[in-house]
Ligand binder design. Structure first.
Ligand SMILES: [Zn+2]
Length: 199
């Protein structure tokens, strides 16, 4: 199996996206996977889903799960379309949320670690800034808000993670059945959980 096919499978890259090349920088401990679209692929507005004419593209980078201890970076020229209704907008990519510099799988791993360890431990071990971790938590909360109507209160679990440092902890509320994060609170006080239940 060629390395491009291998990475396409590992990353879950599907048509019209394809892995175009893979570069290994041994000294930096980094693998860069370049992803592009097959020519002629139809582009849709991310808001209304209408097929729209291409406008230009923007180079974007996302950190993905490490592969064999190599930091793995996805790079793609993401098309922008000109939607009649919504103007010039960047199309959605299947592996990451808009505005994130991390793939969805990487963000899920960070949230899992936050249930088990302190923010400072996750920051140190995964090489992430506190701002990055905060962004990942915020997006988890936004996903929860978007799904609020689907929540079954009988399947809610609360993981409280307390840390040595005074503010270095979060409360992660998850839907145990679906395995999804419903809420990430800034501390482990009862008020945090109460705030979640009254949103
Ligand atoms: Zn549109």
């Amino acid at each position: 199996m060629r390395d491009k096919d291998l990475y396409a499978q590992i990353l879950g890259i599907e048509s019209p996206w394809q892995v175009t090349s893979v570069e290994l920088a041994v000294s930096e401990g980094e693998v860069t996977v370049y992803v592009g679209q097959a020519s002629g692929a139809k582009q849709c507005c991310p808001t209304c889903g209408e097929v729209s004419p291409g406008y230009d593209s923007r180079k974007r980078r996302w950190r993905h799960l490490d592969a064999c201890q190599y930091k793995t970076i996805l790079v793609a020229d993401v098309p922008r379309v000109k939607c009649e209704e919504h103007g010039v907008v960047t199309v959605s990519v299947p592996w990451a949320e808009p505005g994130s510099g991390f793939t969805a799988m990487f963000e899920a791993l960070v949230i899992d670690w936050l249930k088990e360890a302190s923010i400072s431990a996750v920051s140190r071990l995964m090489g992430l800034s506190w701002n990055s971790i905060d962004g990942i938590m915020q997006r988890a909360v936004e996903r929860r808000l978007a799904r609020r109507e689907d929540i079954s209160p009988t399947h809610i679990g609360v993981d409280e993670t307390a840390f040595k440092k005074r503010h270095d902890y979060v409360t992660v509320v998850s839907d145990q059945e679906a395995g999804t994060v419903l809420h990430v609170g800034p501390d482990r006080k009862k008020a945090t959980l109460k705030a979640w239940t009254t949103i």
